[in-house]
Design a protein around this ligand. Structure first.
Ligand code: SF4
Length: 228
């Protein structure tokens, strides 16, 4: 049996969330004060690991106000960077990675963020999710960025049946036209923040309930879905 129609789901979510989640818009952790370019998106996405968007925005605002380029961050003292990014959590670990990352961008890539996933994932604290976020939001390259919202909602909908983000990425790429890959993160993140909340999804007002495996079977169950 075939699964839900992913294109129809994306079209419906686009109609609901519209410009709030469309190209040229920064990922949720980067405030609009900063350009949606590869450098800012890369650093903000590293900061966003294991924290909330609000914390990422606070940390990136302070950091970019002090260090606004790859070169200045590459030469920064990790201890000072750690002090600036404290709201994002794990400040020492993230500061060390950010300075090392910028240093590698300078020495190996001429101060630019490379576009290839295979190169991006060689940088400190850059995995496939971060690479896909940079590629899709800052470079306009089709990529499926699987964060916690995408992992959870794609499984609830029945689009995929996967336990790991890497499996989800592959499965979503296989069922989605390439030109829509980047829409998956844009719309499912927005959907996860506003409607399909982790503990209590609002199936009663969801635009894709008829296409969603969980919503059709358990949408009226107030106990909520199992944690993922
Ligand atoms: S029907 Fe419910 S579980 Fe399915 S996507 Fe909508 S809010 Fe989420």
């Amino acid at each position: 049996m075939s699964g839900p129609d992913v294109v129809l789901i994306l079209d419906r979510l686009a109609a609901v969330y519209g410009q709030g989640a469309y190209p040229g818009r920064s990922p949720e952790g980067l405030s609009p004060a900063w350009p949606c370019d590869p450098f800012h998106v890369l650093i903000a996405t590293i900061l966003s690991q294991r924290t909330k968007d609000d914390n990422t925005r606070k940390a990136s605002d302070t950091l970019f106000a002090r260090f606004g380029t790859v070169q200045t961050l590459a030469a920064a003292d990790p201890a000072e960077v750690a002090g600036l990014i404290r709201p994002a959590g794990f400040p020492q670990q993230k500061a060390k990675a950010i300075v090392a990352c910028c240093s590698e961008l300078c020495t190996r890539f001429g101060g630019r963020v490379p576009p290839a996933t295979e190169e991006l994932v060689t940088l400190p604290m850059v995995g496939r999710k971060t690479a896909a976020c940079v590629r899709s939001y800052a470079m306009g390259l089709p990529s499926v960025c699987v964060d916690t919202h995408v992992q959870r909602i794609a499984n609830l909908m029945g689009l995929v049946h996967t336990a790991k983000p890497e499996e989800t990425e592959q499965a979503l790429m296989a069922i989605t036209p390439k030109e829509r890959w980047s829409d998956i993160n844009r719309y499912l993140v927005r959907h996860g923040q506003l409607t399909c909340l982790p503990r209590h999804p609002h199936c009663e007002r969801c635009a894709v309930r008829d296409l969603c495996a969980y919503g059709r079977e358990h949408g009226d169950d107030r106990s909520g879905p199992p944690a993922r």
